[in-house]
Design a protein around this ligand. Structure first.
Ligand code: ADE
Length: 242
């Protein structure tokens, strides 16, 4: 997967990309991220990228020229790309979108917005406008990192242990079950006996039950969307009785 990121603050992304799984994915050539400073595509002595909004009002607006210039430059090689604009007005990002991106898309351009917004005409360049949640952050950089991270870790080989993806919370559509490591007793708190029983069927059942318990408590909306087995339904009715 190749990602071109258009940003005014490339350094924000560098540190995160140079650690842990994303770093390894880059080293294994599963991921390639190229950062472009939008200011490099701006003209004039001050390389201005923003301007006052027509119609008045607070804040500044991203000018169209530098973004169009950057996209013209990137598209020069003729390779198809999905152009994603990060903004709170976008469609909500989810594990399902991460899975679709990791399956279907090879090349991305992420446009990181700043200021009050972008000149609306930039939208003709954009295939998808995506939000990472119903809140406003200062710019699209963190959102681009969230998306690159969520998609890259799904690429075959990125985690090193394929099973960990299958086991992950949202692959089930439920929240994750509790995890424990040594010591078996810590400050009076015990690891549940079943986890040290060696009985993998019982451990699997316990984990499913705890996933359902957590989801029912914190995100009951997810229960509506997930495919439940007969056993899940039985566990859920027991949990509701508790
Ligand atoms: N830029 C500012 N807020 C954002 C959000 N919630 N998602 C994506 N990009 C953003």
């Amino acid at each position: 997967m190749k990602c071109d990121v258009l940003t005014l603050f490339p350094d924000i992304l560098t540190a995160y990309l140079n650690e842990s799984i994303l770093k390894r994915a880059c080293e294994k050539d599963l991921l390639e991220v190229t950062l472009y400073n939008i200011r490099d595509f701006a003209s004039g002595p001050h390389r201005t990228v923003d301007d006052y909004p027509y119609g008045g009002g607070a804040g500044m607006v991203f000018k169209p020229e530098p973004i169009f210039g950057a996209l013209d430059f990137l598209k020069g090689d003729g390779e198809p790309r999905k152009v994603v604009l990060l903004s709170p007005q976008g469609k909500p990002f989810s594990q399902a979108i991460a899975e679709a991106y990791s399956r279907e898309e090879k090349r991305f351009v992420f446009i990181c917005g700043r200021y009050e917004g972008l000149d609306e005409r930039i939208k003709v360049l954009v295939d998808e406008e995506v939000s990472i949640g119903d809140y406003v952050i200062t710019g699209g950089e963190l959102a681009a990192l969230v998306i690159i991270d969520a998609v890259a870790r799904l690429l075959p080989g990125a985690l090193g242990d394929e099973k960990s993806i299958e086991d992950e919370s949202f692959s089930w559509g439920l929240l994750d079950y509790p995890h424990y490591t040594r010591p078996r007793e810590f400050r009076g708190m015990q690891v549940p006996d079943v986890l040290v029983s060696g009985n993998h069927k019982e451990i699997g059942l316990w984990r499913r039950r705890e996933s359902l318990r957590k989801t029912l408590k914190v995100r009951p909306d997810l229960i509506e969307k997930v495919e439940l087995t007969e056993q899940d339904k039985k566990i859920l009715s027991e949990l509701k009785e508790e």
